[in-house]
Design a protein around this ligand. Structure first.
Ligand code: B3K
Ligand code: ZN
Length: 872
């Protein structure tokens, strides 16, 4: 497979005026006729450049004509994924008829069937599985789409834009025609045909445009769409208020499908969603599920401006739309719920998964310089780190200038396909700042480290912060230039109050721009405790030599909620790390009282909101502890964390019990922030109580399971019992749960995931048995993620079993999926790609499995790229 480089970018040889598509959908095939009006690109100096169309090898070409004249085989060349036509006039209509087999499309890219309905997924390069086209985001056209299908099986026929015409044919078939007036790249094309029902609402935009809102699903799921509709209306309003962005078509549609490679897709006017990101009902959906629906509905809606109206010039610019849109959806969720908690969750994801990616073999810049398969670059780096870059711009410019920059960006580039440089330029233009150094965030991979130390001189009342930044080499980049790192900070006096700084503010943003830099603060009456990187103002690993007392002090007093939580994390991390060393040396494990005392303090602190308390009382995850390790000692991390949980549970048993009791309320279910917080605290308390292994708490959990009127409480209890030492109760509850929910596919996924994560011995055998359970479907990505991916990512002792069985299992799965669904196969590979970070014994087992995958036959580009980079 060949490598594609950003530096080789060339404008398209032809522009497209309009694209007309006609789909004849049948059970054994789909016939696609496209009529595309091309004109030679006036930008292009070379008047002889041929038309290069992309077309997947699965396309059966039936007819090709230019201005009505049929082409013969000598008039064009089909070469790999391309169809090349030379000696063309400056303007012409190319008609093309292809035959495809959606029913056999297991890659779920292009046009495929999900549970009996037709649907599409074209981003990034799926349109080339439908017809021959310049399948690149800088070719934008208006689309007209006619869909023809059997009326009884497919009563609903949808595409982008407005429904302009429809009719019946005499053979029981019917058709609908859609027109999308906004020019768009092919990756935003969508089509749906199926037996669907919908809920409808309407929204009037700020300027008075009435928009019809429809969310489609299978009839059985119609009662699970209200939360998505509410989230959609909130998103529309939020984008008007915060960004001044209005919706632009007369109708906005969302369709829920069961077979989907990712979460959702922002096709113009016709979003297609994985059921897991749109369906929500108190009886079947947990709180985090409700929040996910809100976040993803917002994300896809916000793409209408950041992605659709202004799109990417090429796929190296993916973060232009994804980073910005993730930042937008994060701010939306922060405004709808608890801002601090949302930040804690996002930073946790970044610090565990993105930092790990950035130090592994697939590390890449937010704007990568090359790729083999673009699907491999829908990553935490492009999305979450990309969002952090936009957040840093927001921090550096401030709310007001940032909004001016975003207004300028949308105005300047509406209807265009542009680059991350264009985005930053708009921010530079409104602020008058030179962004040259800042832009290194887009081109340099790796997580910068910032080592900070403080120095206080009582005589001169001067406090100095010394900072030093560095960034480890990453594949393809040995040395890095210093980044511009915004460090939001404050200084706390001996009472824990913020000291007012020279600027008159209590929080200042320091700009670290060189390798070493010092910042001086005058008139500081006492030696302060610094609060650094407030709100996590930059995606870096910052260290300061705090002692335990200072961390507890920050936990109690910092005015920045994020840093209060982070101080607790740092305290827990340092204690856990020391115990990990003790474990490795065979020393007895003794938990430092500092952590117990700190936990007790937090539980009695009435100033903290419940969601914060629940976050502070949660130990750093195994994944985070792994990311922080030079060599990941799976056993030590697992055993030590378990020991600490148990010791905390026993030492604070009565506190946890009263926390549990005081947060059990009889109110009926609501997914609002306060209720979510109460349930999370209650279930956290229950998890500690269960960790004591006392049977009375088993009874408590069983009661909660039996009485819960919502899935959050029911599932929390189930998972605690299922993972407890009480095996018989575990089996009983799992069986009851399955009997009750076997017809709710998404609930069954949770049931699979709970079992996949069970660390008790023989975990692999349990997972293998579930693979043959009627509830499992090896062609459905949601099932694969719930069972296989959860086992490999969350079941440390079983996946990393020293007999190599976990690794072998994953490799076997990947070998099958490589043919069936390359995107999912390549994602599943992640845990094995980190092989260099484990002990030698595990390294050689993991590497052997990677090599076995490599020798298993024809590799997809997706798997080939990840595999070869991991073994390099
Ligand atoms: N833009 C899509 C992702 C498409 C992934 C294709 N492999 C979802 C989103 O980020 O909104
Ligand atoms: Zn997106």
């Amino acid at each position: 497979p060949s490598v594609i480089y950003l530096k080789d970018y060339q404008t398209p040889a032809f522009l497209v005026e309009s694209t007309a598509l006609r789909f004849e959908l049948e059970e054994e095939q789909a016939l696609v006729r496209s009529q595309v009006q091309y004109t030679r690109n006036p930008d292009s100096a070379d008047r002889l450049r041929p038309l290069i169309l992309d077309g997947h090898e699965s396309l059966e070409l039936h007819r090709l004509s230019i201005d009505g004249e049929v082409l013969n085989e000598q008039d064009y060349r089909r070469q790999g994924e391309q169809l090349i036509i030379s000696e063309l006039p400056d303007s012409f209509v190319l008609e093309c008829v292809t035959r495809i087999e959606p029913q056999n499309n297991t890659a779920l890219e292009g046009l495929y069937k999900s549970d009996g309905m037709f649907c599409t997924q074209c981003e990034a390069e799926g349109f080339r599985r439908i017809t021959f086209y310049q399948d690149r985001p800088d070719v934008m056209a208006v689309f007209e789409t006619t869909v023809v299908a059997d009326k009884q099986s497919y009563p609903v026929l949808l595409s982008n834009g407005n429904n302009v015409d429809s009719g019946e044919e005499d053979d029981g078939r019917h058709w609908v025609r859609w027109q999308d007036p906004f020019p768009k790249p092919a990756y935003l094309f969508a089509l749906v045909a199926g037996n669907l029902e919908f809920i409808e609402d309407q929204y009037t935009t700020a300027s008075g445009r009435d928009v019809v809102l429809r969310i489609f699903a299978e009839a059985k799921d119609l009662d699970k769409l209200d939360h998505a509709m509410l989230s959609l209306k909130r998103s529309m309003q939020w984008d008007e208020q915060v960004y001044g962005r209005e919706y632009d078509l007369d109708i906005f549609m969302v369709v829920a499908v069961d077979f989907f490679n990712m979460g959702a897709m922002e096709n113009k006017g016709l979003n297609i969603f994985n059921t897991s990101c749109v369906l929500a009902h108190p009886e079947t959906t947990v709180d985090t599920g409700f929040q996910r629906v809100e976040g993803v509905v917002g994300h896809e809606y916000f793409h209408n401006w950041s992605g659709n109206r202004v799109t990417c010039r090429d796929w190296f610019q993916l973060s232009l739309k994804e980073g910005f849109t993730v930042f937008r959806d994060a701010e939306f969720s922060a405004d709808m719920n608890s801002r601090t908690v949302k930040r804690i969750e996002d930073v946790t994801l970044l610090r565990t998964a993105q930092f790990a990616e950035d130090s592994g073999p697939m590390a890449h810049a937010v704007r990568p310089a090359s790729f083999i398969e673009i699907s491999n670059f829908y990553t935490l780096t492009v999305y979450e780190k990309g969002a952090e870059i936009v957040r840093m711009l927001h921090t550096l410019l401030g709310e007001h200038k940032f909004r001016q920059g975003s207004d300028l960006y949308f105005k300047r580039h509406d209807g265009q396909a542009v680059t991350t440089d264009d985005f930053v330029q708009a921010m530079a233009d409104v602020s008058g700042r030179d962004m040259t150094r800042f832009k290194l965030w887009y081109s340099q991979a790796g997580t910068p480290r910032v080592a900070v130390s403080g120095e206080y001189d009582a005589a001169s009342q001067r406090y100095t912060l010394h900072m030093r930044q560095s960034c480890s080499p990453t594949p393809e980049m040995e040395t890095k230039q210093p980044f511009l790192i915004p460090v939001a900070m404050g200084l706390l006096d001996q009472h824990g109050r913020d000291i007012t700084l020279a600027s008159g503010n209590t929080t200042e943003v320091l700009e670290l721009v060189s390798t070493e830099q010092s910042f001086v603060f005058e008139n500081i009456p006492v030696e302060p405790v610094p609060s650094l990187l407030r709100g996590f103002s930059a995606p870096v690993k910052l260290s300061f030599p705090y002692d335990q007392e200072q961390l507890v002090f920050l936990m109690q007093h910092d005015s920045d909620g994020f840093n209060r939580w982070d101080a607790a994390q740092q305290l827990a991390v340092s204690i856990l790390q020391k115990l990990i060393t003790d474990y490795q040396q065979g020393s007895p494990l003794v938990l430092d009282n500092a952590l117990i005392d700190a936990y007790r303090l937090v539980m009695s602190d009435v100033s903290l909101d419940k969601a914060m308390v629940a976050k502070v009382l949660s130990l750093p995850s195994e994944a985070y502890l792994s990311e922080l390790s030079d060599e990941i000692d799976v056993d030590a991390i697992y055993q030590v964390r378990k020991f600490v949980r148990q010791t905390l549970a026993k030492a604070l048993e009565s506190e946890f019990l009263s926390l549990y009791q005081s947060n059990c309320s009889g109110d009926s279910y609501s997914p609002d922030a306060a209720s979510v917080a109460r349930r999370s605290l209650k279930n956290l308390a229950l998890s500690y109580l269960m960790a004591t292994e006392r049977t009375e708490y088993l009874a408590l959990a069983r009661d909660q399971f039996a009485q819960a009127d919502n899935m959050t409480d029911s599932q929390a209890a189930l998972s605690l019992v299922a993972h407890s030492v009480h095996e018989q109760a575990a089996d009983e509850l799992l069986e009851q749960f399955y009997q009750r929910w076997q017809n709710e596919s998404l609930v069954v996924n949770q049931w699979l995931a709970i079992q996949a994560a069970n660390t008790r011995e023989a975990g692999l055998q349990r997972v293998e048995k579930l693979l043959t359970h009627p509830a499992y479907d090896a062609s459905n990505p949601n099932k694969i993620r719930s069972l296989v991916a959860v086992f490999c990512a969350q079941n440390l002792p079983n996946f990393h079993n020293l007999d190599g069985s976990g690794y072998r299992f994953l490799a076997d799965q990947i070998i099958v999926l490589n043919k069936q669904n390359p995107q999912i196969a390549s994602r599943l590979l992640t845990p094995l790609t980190r092989w260099k970070q484990y002990s030698e014994a595990r390294q050689s087992l993991m590497k052997a499995e990677l090599e076995r995958i490599g020798n298993s036959g024809d590799l997809s580009k997706d798997v080939y790229e990840v595999l070869s980079k991991s073994l390099a």
